[in-house]
Ligand binder design. Structure first.
Ligand SMILES: [Fe+2]
Ligand SMILES: [Fe+2]
Length: 241
């Protein structure tokens, strides 16, 4: 391994561990809120189960990051409501479910599937496999919630917020090429996508899965498609309205 590879890999797994902890808290909170307005929704039990999955994922990611010399604190912080002000409680839940599941979990599945196609080290592969198995269900859980809500409510308000969600999903430099040059070789063996590959997977998943899915349920993907085109052209237009 090149000298900075273990640190980079460890930091990537540590970051994932923290994301998993946040997801665990978010799903537990969303389960309770959905139960308030739609007690018969299958999403409630699925969200509770997902919260347990994410805790397990956090521990797996933390063990890997520690093995690369980067220990991470996975004690729960707070899971804040990410929805913008002005939405009803039910709309705010839908906003969060679309951001956390339809976008983030769907992207996560694509990332994990890409990593699993590579020759990752056996212990990394085991973790990738276990997480991927659950994230597929978490993504479907989000799409099922959107479908259920779309059958009852007008969900078109989400269209203008999808760019904001996307901007919140990516790290700032995803559409910049500055980082690729500085990357060491060998990231894929340790379960980390090189920068350019990460962007490619992100964009392809939006175009092939996320945008068509949103359109299917009545959330116009137009604003999100414009956002993506601007990012790809190097534009710095702010996300959202
Ligand atoms: Fe997870
Ligand atoms: Fe998940």
């Amino acid at each position: 391994m090149t000298p900075d590879l273990p640190r980079l890999v460890g930091e990537a797994w540590a970051f994932r561990a923290r994301v998993e902890v946040d997801a665990a808290l978010r799903f537990a909170r969303l389960a309770s809120t959905i139960a308030e307005f739609d007690p018969d929704s299958p999403a409630i039990a699925l969200m509770r189960r997902a919260a347990e999955d994410e805790q397990r994922h956090a521990a797996l990611c933390a063990a890997l990051s520690a093995s690369y010399g980067v220990p991470v604190d996975t004690s729960p912080g707070g899971s804040s409501d990410i929805a913008p002000p002005g939405l009803s409680r039910r709309q705010a839940v839908l906003y969060e479910v679309v951001a956390a599941c339809c976008i983030t979990e769907t992207e996560s599945v694509a990332t994990l599937a890409t990593l699993l196609e590579e020759q990752a080290e056996p212990r990394v592969r085991t973790v990738l496999h276990e997480i991927a198995r659950d994230e597929v269900i978490h993504g479907k859980m989000g799409w099922a919630h959107l479908a259920r809500e779309a059958a009852l409510l007008d969900v078109s308000f989400l269209a203008r917020w999808i760019p904001v969600m996307l901007a919140g999903t990516i790290d700032e430099g995803l559409f910049s090429n500055a980082r690729s040059a500085a990357e060491p070789d060998g990231l894929l063996r340790h379960g980390v996508l090189p920068h350019a590959r990460k962007r490619e997977v992100f964009v392809q998943t939006l175009l092939e899965v996320v945008f068509p899915g949103l359109d299917t349920y009545g959330v116009d993907s137009g604003p999100a498609r414009s956002w993506l085109t601007e990012r790809q052209a190097g534009g710095a237009a702010p996300a959202g309205a």
